[in-house]
Design a binder for this molecule. Structure first.
Ligand code: ATP
Length: 256
């Protein structure tokens, strides 16, 4: 039996005269790593932004774990169960690594603002539990020893890991990674690959936009290729690599 985590269809988005996405749809099963690739300007980031409530689509239907959701705002999407990272890292630079992850966890807590203001016993117990879970997640992504370091002092690769830990902290149905390997050196890429593999083995589901085609082909169970906002191929990495439209799209650009 399949267990579909994300089922999106008919997504279109126009910016003025530019059709950035035309009728794009993807379906991701639980435990899959699903890649979204395409040359520069193909519409990958636009699709991510629509999916996560940052852009309002002109059309599209969206289902997460069998339930319809409306990607109308970033926080509703996070509540629905999609956590994302960003192409340009967005951490709280002056907060510690641990605090950054704790922030992610707070969307799943109950004490709320009044509990925080009056520091009720329930709030304190919850804070301790959150800190413990945050430390576990830092250990999980391999940066546990930097828990008390300010985010801005971590290396680039470690900041990306921290973003992933923060995303995991929300207990998402789907983790959307926007170019996680961007700017990483070869060693960091190998470590990233191992981390994504580990996350998958823990039966989590990942959507990945990535420029590094080798990484995508090595990691993903399925891949969608966008070109000028259109879905030109969908399938296993082996199938997609052989697809003539894909070869043409990539050879036709100097980018990748
Ligand atoms: N907010 C916006 N306003 C107007 N045009 C936009 C906006 N965002 C994206 N576009 C345009 O939509 C098209 C798709 O861009 P998008 O950033 O989604 O592509 P991409 O595949 O992520 O590219 P890259 O690999 O360079 O990140 C591009 O032509 C881009 O210029």
């Amino acid at each position: 039996m399949t267990d579909t985590v994300l089922n999106v269809s008919g997504v279109s988005k126009r910016f003025g005269g530019l059709q950035a996405l035309s009728d794009v749809g993807i379906k991701i099963e639980r435990g899959q790593v699903y890649g979204l690739i395409g040359p520069n300007g193909a519409g990958k980031t636009t699709f991510f932004n629509v999916l996560t409530g940052m852009y309002t689509p002109d059309s599209g239907s969206f289902e997460l774990a069998g339930k319809p959701y409306q990607p109308t705002a970033v926080h509703t999407v996070a509540k629905a169960g999609i956590a994302r990272t960003f192409q340009n890292i967005r951490l709280f630079a002056e907060m510690t690594a641990l605090e950054n992850v704790m922030v992610g966890r707070h969307i799943r807590t109950h004490s709320g603002l009044l509990g925080a203001v009056f520091r009720t016993p329930g709030f304190k117990a919850e804070e301790l539990a959150i800190a413990k879970r945050a430390q576990e997640l830092l250990d999980y992504v391999g940066i546990g020893k930097f828990a008390d370091y300010k985010a801005r002092t971590l290396s680039y690769g470690d900041q990306r890991r921290l973003e992933i830990a923060r995303a995991l902290a929300t207990d998402p149905q789907l983790i959307a990674l926007d170019e996680p390997a961007a700017g990483m050196n070869a060693t960091e890429k190998v470590m990233l690959r191992e981390l994504i593999d580990r996350i998958r083995k823990d039966n989590r589901t990942i959507l990945l936009i990535e420029h590094d085609v080798k990484l995508v082909m090595g990691l993903c169970d399925r891949v969608t290729v966008l070109d000028y906002g259109k879905q030109i191929a969908e399938g296993t990495p082996a199938d997609v690599q052989k697809n003539e439209k894909v070869i043409e799209a990539y050879l036709g650009t100097s980018g990748h």
